[in-house]
Design a protein around this ligand. Structure first.
Ligand code: GLN
Length: 231
């Protein structure tokens, strides 16, 4: 369950993989983690009367950290799915996402997911992208640590495509001014993000849901959304 600080103050010990702009990232020279998820969890904590402390944990290690009770909340662009529901309790969905792919700008042969047959594709380890791309026939999958590693591998010619969450692909190309690559419009999946707590921590999940609902009703959620994604 939720932790207490030295002063008796309640603390949300949050785990997040800080490699997923615009949801969680860190700008050079800035101490604070930024992004939609970071603003949302801070607003949720404030609503609940909890202090929020975020630890940067690789995506692959998030659920294990929750199970080990190193943290008590995960927010990390994490898709709600049945496999994860065996291990964690999710909040209500808070963001609608899905998977798209990124290829080099001069790519002629890959226009749709079916064109990936016989191609090399980079995905982030432990993600729904890794899971979904492995289901495609005849694709050579390279699992790397972060989306940035995947994009680098694409640019250097080590792979032919990157499959990753649509808003992260779009942000990478538009907001970070990346050239030489493009995102394709086809969506492989539609996925909802949820905030995860330990499987037996239903009470904390309910508190988070209540706070999320308040933020939606008050318009605060919309403000945070507009800040990162426009209206
Ligand atoms: N939404 C994807 C998943 O849950 C990717 C999340 C991420 O890389 N932060 O697997």
């Amino acid at each position: 369950s939720s932790g207490s600080g030295a002063s008796g103050e309640k603390v949300l010990k949050v785990g997040s993989s800080i490699d997923f702009a615009p949801f969680e990232f860190q700008d050079e020279g800035q101490a604070e983690y930024q992004g939609f998820d970071m603003d949302l969890i801070r607003a949720i904590g404030k609503e609940m009367g909890y202090k929020v402390e975020v630890s940067n944990i690789g995506f692959d290690g998030l659920i294990p950290a929750l199970e080990a009770k190193t943290v008590n909340v995960l927010i990390s662009g994490m898709t709600i799915n049945d496999e994860r529901k065996q291990k964690v309790t999710f909040s209500a969905p808070y963001y609608e996402s899905g998977l798209t792919m990124v290829v080099r700008e001069d790519e002629q042969n890959i226009k749709k997911f079916e064109d990936l047959k016989g191609k090399k594709v980079a995905v982030q380890m432990g993600t729904t992208s890794a899971k979904e791309v492995k289901k495609l026939e005849g694709v050579e999958v390279k699992e790397l640590n972060t989306p940035a590693d995947c994009f680098m591998e694409l640019k250097s010619g080590g792979v032919d495509a990157v499959v990753n969450d649509r808003p992260v692909n779009d942000y990478f190309i538009q907001k970070s001014g990346q050239t030489g690559v493009k995102a394709l419009p086809e969506r492989l999946t539609s996925e909802d993000y949820g905030i995860a707590v330990a499987k037996d921590d239903k009470e904390l999940a309910e508190k988070i849901d209540a706070a999320l609902k308040k933020l939606k009703d008050s318009g605060e959620y919309d403000k945070i959304y507009a800040k990162w994604f426009g209206d």
